[in-house]
Design a protein around this ligand. Structure first.
Ligand code: 5AD
Ligand code: SF4
Length: 424
């Protein structure tokens, strides 16, 4: 989601005549598009901003902007201003689309003292669709279908910094998708915090997915993120019916214990999660299922953690993003009694070990077979692409194959990545 937002920011700057550069030494403008979903992401950003202090001293024309999630937390703008007085622009999640206007204002200001712009409005206000993105992920194109989230999982800061759920008009989504496919994009990924609850003028997610899949081009359709409580049989039926909807579903489980799921306010149980997995696998036999899992949520006992390990072993996720819970200011879970860091570390190591083994076993099952791969990266003579199940495959080929579908025979497997050769 943030990657696509950065494409929109870059689009606004391109409109002003600026171009992306590879190093900050060559930059006239540096924009930090921040994330505060986890403590680690926030710490990293502070490190990067801090590094600019001396740099800006030697280059007073440089414009530095901080935008996005992190600035939207209560009191964040004030503390950023105080800690980093050299920042020129601070914009929240709802007015980030104004970045180009604000940069113009600064450039055009006739004052001897550099103008500073710090603006933060309610996160529920905008849909951000005014920014034509400078896309950077060909052959994939990201499309936001909704913004914000109404779920209020007790650990999560997203509803506070990105506001409540707002779905985009289906006509504008369909127009955007058609234009991108006509332009030669070969994969569309629909984005939202909880795409399954998309709702606009009588359209639900299943209808939107099915209608986009019918656009008359050869392309792959992906979407993320899904919420297990909203992943309906109707959606499974659409994925089954449309050959170009990738058989790869990201379904964050977060925890395997019912008491932790309840404390997280996830509104499903481990049993109902197993049920959904079973429904998916009975219709979409070779469907890859990936997930997000957190360890160390307040109150997580050894038994709770073992339930998570047990769930991971039973479901056998194709891939899992594993996180150590970190308290986010203003969320209900931040008020709960926290677990010691050493225990969280121990648990994450164990979880990663179990999951890595599963990933390796699933990778092995690709060996000796041929898959259609969409080429999405070139580095010298090595091409990178993905199977429809989302497995990364490396193989030798001509750079002109970028954006093409090729059949690749898999003969190597290293952890989650596969190696192969083009099968003519
Ligand atoms: N601490 C750790 N991980 C978190 N996530 C969300 N909030 C937190 C938090 N406070 C994880 C969840 C979510 C993913 C995007 O980030 O697993 O699915
Ligand atoms: Fe956060 Fe829960 Fe919404 Fe996902 S569904 S964005 S975890 S509140």
């Amino acid at each position: 989601m943030n990657v696509h937002e950065s494409e929109k920011i870059a689009g606004g700057l391109a409109n002003l005549g600026f171009q992306p550069v590879d190093s900050r030494e060559d930059a006239d403008i540096i924009v930090f598009n921040t994330c505060c979903i986890r403590d680690s992401a926030e710490k990293k950003i502070h490190g990067h901003i801090g590094e600019l202090k001396n740099y800006k001293k030697n280059n007073s024309d440089l414009i530095v902007a901080i935008v996005g999630c992190m600035t939207q937390q209560s009191g964040a703008t004030e503390s950023l201003k105080e800690k980093y007085p050299f920042i020129d622009i601070i914009l929240g999640t709802a007015n980030v689309h104004l970045i180009a206007d604000k940069i113009s204002e600064i450039i055009n200001a006739q004052s001897s003292k550099r103008l500073k712009i710090y603006e933060n409005v309610s996160p529920t206000l905008a849909l951000h669709e005014t920014q034509p993105p400078l896309r950077n992920s060909y052959p994939n194109a990201w499309i936001n279908i909704m913004y914000g989230c109404d779920n209020h999982c007790t650990y999560c800061i997203v509803p506070y910094v990105r506001g409540g759920e707002r779905s985009r008009d289906p006509d504008s989504i369909l127009n955007e998708a058609s234009a991108l496919l006509a332009d030669g994009y070969k994969e569309i990924t629909l984005l939202g915090q909880n795409v399954n609850s998309y709702s606009h003028s009588g359209w639900n997610f299943a209808r939107l997915l099915s209608t986009i899949a019918e656009l008359p081009y050869k392309f792959r359709l992906r979407f993320m993120t899904s919420h297990p409580k909203d992943f309906s049989s109707e959606i499974i039926d659409v994925i089954f019916a449309k050959h170009n909807i990738c058989k790869c579903i990201h379904l964050p489980v977060q925890a395997g214990s019912n008491s932790i799921l309840k404390a997280m306010n996830r509104r499903y149980t481990r049993e109902s999660y197993f049920d959904t997995i079973q429904k998916i696998r009975s219709r979409l036999v070779s469907c890859a299922i990936t997930t997000d899992i957190m360890v160390g949520f307040p109150g997580e006992t050894d038994d709770d953690f073992n339930d998570t390990l047990d769930l991971v072993q039973r479901v056998r996720f194709s891939n899992a993003f594993t996180f150590v819970y970190s308290p986010r200011k203003g969320t209900p879970a931040a008020q709960m009694v926290q677990l010691p860091a050493s225990l969280k570390r121990e648990r994450i190591m164990k979880l990663i070990e179990v999951q890595n083994q599963i990933v390796k076993e699933i990778s092995d099952s690709y060996l000796g077979n041929t898959y259609e791969v969409l080429v999405d990266g070139v580095s010298g003579e090595i091409l990178t692409g993905k199977t429809e199940t989302g497995r990364v495959v490396n193989f030798i080929g001509a750079k002109e194959l970028l954006g093409e579908f090729v059949n690749v025979h898999i003969d190597k497997c290293k952890a989650s990545a596969l190696g192969g050769h083009i099968d003519c």
